[in-house]
Every structure is written in structure tokens, then in C-alpha cells.
Design a protein around this ligand. Structure first.
Ligand SMILES: Cc1cc2nc3c(=O)[nH]c(=O)nc-3n(C[C@H](O)[C@H](O)[C@H](O)COP(=O)(O)OP(=O)(O)OC[C@H]3O[C@@H](n4cnc5c(N)ncnc54)[C@H](O)[C@@H]3O)c2cc1C
Length: 405
């Protein structure tokens, strides 16, 4: 019995180890195109590898997947973050949880994760071939034929496709009758050029509400931490919004209106009351000399000036109309996204093999028995925080178990 795993990333390596430890009489071969396996693990989480997330309730966990959550619901009852933690800790990798729930090796070094996985590969006599780019896979005479770029061809009883989001393998997938949901980027920052944000790079706000100005439903909105950058906006709220709205933003050419509520715990009326009270209290002080609301002074200053308040204007000179305008600006500021930035810490692709065609108990194709899928090749992607690797571990584990059995 021979199992060929194509792709030596997190999903492929984890599946191969699971398969080899489930079935002792099976030859397991990993074919990796690159010079080294697990190259994304190496660079992940800024070199620290955010292995998984501190969320152990499958119902809650699936909320972190803009695509694929529903399909993963059952899968997480069989292998979830708690299992990932146990798996690594049992093999000597101590993990720690940060305050935001992200889980890293205590060494803060992704190499620890790689070393652990590669030790398991060796311990289970898995054949790992690097520089082994697969060019085509098909099924003939009751077995799979795997053609390598080197000219070599391998036969296999079972094949796992774990090639991540690289484009060429989707051609083999389609040849087996599978559908591929179009691929578009997820987890990115927003490019904005706006005088209101100029010179504010580095300012970070704990709770801001962002809403994309899409027509109709669903509403794409996120409340959370926002970071103003040299090129626009970043931070958890932006990244989450980019993930949930990955497809609509792509279809709009990354040009879209964005409403920012800088003070989501307030509303326009409570803000107005605060501003009128401020006017009464400090009539002789300049409006832009301090922030009367819970925002950094420079941001307040630029938002106030954007509605026509002059830098030297005093509170006594502020009109009712100006107070209304600035209250609206604070709660419902209208901005324009001009493009997509990059997020170097983590980046994933939305889209991939259509989940309807996969048996999520085994990760086997419903169209071609013996063909399995795991990881990012599938139409699954998570928000930032360790959820993408968890998808790789879970689907890799399920596929490995099923192939081994
Ligand atoms: C910079 C960066 C940082 C990230 N950080 C995190 C993080 O901290 N936490 C998190 O959860 N997620 C993170 N992610 C996302 C995570 O890395 C991916 O979701 C995960 O690696 C997907 O695993 P995979 O095995 O499905 O695919 P991949 O890791 O992409 O592995 C696929 C492998 O298949 C190989 N391959 C492709 N085509 C062929 C072929 N024809 N023949 C042979 N081999 C082939 C590739 O060379 C590659 O090694 C990060 C992503 C990036 C880009």
C-alpha cells in the first residue's frame, strides 16, 4: 500500500505523520516542490509560528472561518485546538497562550515546530522528497499516477493533495471533476489617502467600528483595534473585515467606501451633549488644543478641522452646526478605500476546492475515491490568530487517519 502526499506544508506533513502512525504497513511518501518542507511554518507569525488559538468550543471556533466554518464544525469535534496542543506538547513542544488567545511555542521560534514535525517524519520512516515538483496526477488502471517535473513517475493507491493555494494543482483537481471556487486574497490591510489620517501613522485605537459601504446585505462590519499606518489602515479590525469581505472587496477592485465610527460606545446625541458641555466649560480655550473625547489629540484635531473648524477657533466661537458636523464625523466618518495593502505576518487565500465535493469525515473526494484533500487547497480560510494552521492540522489529521485506516 502506498500513499503519496503532494505538498510538504503543515497540512501535508501532519497528514503523512498521522497516516504513518495509524498504518504500519503503508509506505508514505511526501513530495515537496521546494528545497525545504514547511517553508510557510518557518516564516509564520513573524518567525514565531502562531500554531493555533485558545478556543476549544467547536461552535465558537467555526466563527473564525469566513469560509469553511460550517464544514469544519464536525471536523473540530474530532481534532481541534486542544488536540493540537496535546499533540505538540506530548512531543516536547511547550506552548504558551498570549492575552489575545494566540498560541505560540514558548521558544518564540517556528523552528521548534518544524524540528518536531520532521522528527516525527523520520521516526515513522516517511519518505520526504524535496525538489520534487509534481506536474500532473491522474487515475488509470485502478491506481493513481503521479508525474514529477524530473520525469519520474510514481504510482499510488491513495493521493493527498495538500499543495496550499498554488494555482497549477487546481488543474489536476478540475480534471477529477472537482470545482474550484475562484481564488482571491484574504487578510490584507486597506490603502487610503486621506488628509484626516495624514501624519497619524502609528496611532492605535482599542475600539473602533468599521463598516464597508456595500449595497444590500450582508453588512460587513467589525469592531476592534485599529492601527493608522503610513499607507492607510491596519490592525485586527481591518484584517477581520478584509477576510469576511474578501470577495466583495475583490469584485469592487479594492475601491470602496468605509464608514468609521471612532467612538462606538457613544452615539451622535451623547457626543453632542459632551461637546456642548465642553463649550460651556472652556469657552476661551482653542478647540483643537486638547481632545474633549476619548481620542488622541492629533486625531481629534484633524477630524475637527475636516468639518471646517479652524485651528485657532475657540470653543465659544463654535456654532451648533459645527458641533453637529463634528459629532457626525466622529460617529459616521466617510472614507474611501483605494486599494489593498499587504499584511506580512499572515496572508491566506480565499477560495479553493469546493467543500460540497469533500467528505468531511475523511477528507476524501466524493468524486474520486482514494483522492484526499487537506489545508489551504480547500475553500477554507480563517481570520488571523492561528486558525489557518488549525485548519491544516485538523484536515490533515482527518485525511491521515482515513488514509491510514
Ligand atoms: C507570511 C505568512 C505567515 C503566516 N502565519 C500564520 C500563523 O502564524 N498562523 C496561522 O494559523 N497561519 C499562518 N499563515 C497561514 C498558513 O501559513 C497557511 O494557512 C498554511 O501554511 C497552509 O498550509 P498548507 O499545508 O495547506 O499549505 P502550504 O503551507 O502552502 O504548503 C503547501 C506546500 O505544497 C507545495 N507544493 C505546491 N505545489 C506543489 C507541487 N506541484 N508539487 C509538490 N509540492 C507542491 C508547496 O511548495 C508548499 O510547501 C501564514 C501565512 C503566511 C504567508
Amino acid at each position: 500500500m502506498r500513499v503519496v502526499v503532494i505538498g510538504g506544508g503543515a497540512a501535508g506533513v501532519f497528514a503523512a505523520i498521522t497516516c504513518a502512525s495509524t498504518a504500519s504497513n503503508t509506505e508514505v511518501i511526501i513530495l515537496e516542490a521546494g528545497r525545504k518542507p514547511l517553508s510557510k511554518v518557518a516564516i509564520s507569525g513573524g518567525g514565531r509560528c502562531n500554531v493555533t488559538h485558545h478556543c476549544f468550543d467547536p461552535a465558537q471556533l467555526v466563527q473564525a472561518y469566513p469560509r469553511g466554518g460550517k464544514a469544519l464544525r464536525g471536523a473540530f469535534t474530532r481534532f481541534q485546538p486542544q488536540d493540537t496542543i496535546e499533540w505538540f506538547e506530548k512531543r516536547g513542544v511547550s506552548l504558551k497562550t498570549e492575552t489575545d488567545g494566540r498560541i505560540f511555542p514558548v521558544t518564540d521560534n517556528s523552528q521548534t515546530v518544524i524540528d518536531c514535525l520532521l522528527q516525527e517524519v523520520t521516526a515513522h520512516d516517511i519518505i520526504l522528497k524535496t525538489g520534487a515538483k509534481v506536474q500532473w496526477v491522474n487515475y488509470q488502471n485502478q491506481q493513481f499516477m503521479v508525474d514529477l517535473k524530473t520525469g519520474e513517475a510514481l504510482t499510488a493507491d491513495q493521493v493527498l493533495l495538500a499543495t496550499g493555494s498554488q494555482r497549477p494543482p487546481y488543474q489536476w483537481v478540475e480534471q477529477f471533476g472537482h470545482h474550484v471556487v475562484p481564488l482571491v486574497p484574504s487578510l490584507f490591510t486597506f490603502k487610503l489617502q486621506d488628509s484626516r489620517l495624514q501624519g497619524l501613522a502609528g496611532i492605535s485605537l482599542d475600539t473602533v467600528k468599521l463598516q464597508l459601504q456595500t449595497k444590500g446585505k450582508p453588512k460587513y462590519q467589525q469592531t476592534g483595534e485599529l492601527l493608522i499606518t503610513h499607507w492607510g489602515l491596519s490592525g485586527p479590525a481591518v484584517l477581520k473585515l478584509s477576510a469576511y469581505a474578501a470577495r466583495v472587496l475583490h469584485d469592487a477592485g479594492y475601491q470602496m467606501g468605509l464608514t468609521i465610527n471612532w467612538l462606538p460606545s457613544e452615539n451622535q446625541e451623547t457626543i453632542k451633549e459632551q461637546l456642548f458641555a465642553q463649550k460651556a466649560e472652556t469657552p476661551r480655550r482653542q478647540v483643537t488644543s486638547f481632545s474633549p473625547v476619548a481620542l488622541p489629540r492629533r486625531l481629534w484635531q484633524q477630524l475637527a478641522m475636516a468639518v471646517g473648524i479652524a485651528a485657532e477657533q475657540k470653543w465659544a466661537e463654535i456654532s451648533k452646526k459645527q458641533i453637529n458636523a463634528v459629532a457626525k464625523e466622529l460617529i459616521q466618518g466617510e472614507f474611501w478605500i483605494e486599494g489593498k495593502g499587504v499584511f506580512k505576518e499572515e496572508f491566506v487565500t480565499c477560495g479553493g476546492v469546493d467543500l460540497k465535493e469533500i467528505n468531511f469525515h475523511t477528507m476524501e473526494s466524493k468524486l474520486r475515491p482514494g483522492l484526499y484533500f487537506a489545508g489551504e487547497i480547500l475553500d477554507i480560510d480563517g481570520i488571523t490568530g492561528g486558525f489557518n494552521f488549525q485548519n491544516a492540522w485538523t484536515t490533515g489529521w482527518l485525511a491521515g487517519q482515513a488514509m491510514g485506516e
